[in-house]
Write a protein that binds this ligand. Structure first.
Ligand code: BEZ
Length: 213
């Protein structure tokens, strides 16, 4: 196991899931991906997290993102738990949950942090781009559920900054003003890339309307 860093290729794997065998890179195809892990099946926070993710299915689809969860329980356990999630969260889980009973994927993605728990996986998130590169990752402890709207917000930023010479400031959300990357200084380039103009509060702090709106 090596530490996975931003820009690294997301490790490929073949593993069982609630929807059948997953060959990860093939399953991702040309989509973006979100791989997120859970401590265990039939636990309260995880139940709400998977429900929240299922309810955001249209939002992930709009952004061309495939979502896949992981916990180290077997398929039969996942299938029973999915029924509970659907019932208690008033939704339908519409994405695979990896059944990582042999911890193959957990080892590849370093999801067991022994000083937190020697047996349960942490709540990690990996956002993976269509070239299979890891573009964002974060890790929460078992006791803290994640904010899935924040994952969507971060994906909006990744997808915008991929194509335009901008970065997104604190608390930015889709449609808000953005900042021009410091490397662009040529006045002609600035004019052609930012026809709506910009406000240079400092030479390094230049605010411009979101270019694709
Ligand atoms: C939960 O998902 O609710 C949970 C799992 C492990 C420890 C604490 C909470």
């Amino acid at each position: 196991m090596t530490t996975l860093r931003l820009g690294d290729t997301a490790p490929d794997f073949i593993q069982e899931s609630s929807t059948g065998l997953i060959h990860f890179h093939k399953w991702l195809g040309d989509s973006w991906g979100v791989l997120f892990s859970h401590p265990a099946d039939y636990t309260p926070v995880c139940t709400t997290e998977l429900g929240a993710t299922a309810k955001l299915a249209d939002e992930f689809k709009k952004r061309n993102v495939k979502v896949i969860a992981l916990s180290i329980d077997p398929v039969a356990s996942h299938l029973g738990w999915i029924k509970d999630i659907n019932e208690t969260q008033s939704t339908e889980v519409n994405f695979p949950i990896l059944a990582d009973a042999d911890k193959k994927v957990s080892t590849l993605y370093d999801l067991i942090h022994p000083n937190a728990s020697t047996t349960a996986t942490v709540r990690s998130v990996f956002v993976i781009d269509p070239a299979k590169k890891i573009r964002l990752t974060f890790t929460y402890p078992a006791s803290t559920g994640r904010n899935f709207n924040e994952i969507l917000r971060a994906i909006d930023s990744l997808q915008l900054t991929e194509y335009y010479s901008v970065a997104t400031p604190a608390d930015w959300k889709d449609g808000d003003d953005v900042v021009i990357v410091p490397s662009i200084v040529d006045p002609e380039v600035l004019k052609s890339k930012f026809p709506k103009g910009f406000n240079a509060i400092k030479p390094y702090l230049r605010i411009t309307p979101q270019p694709n709106k």
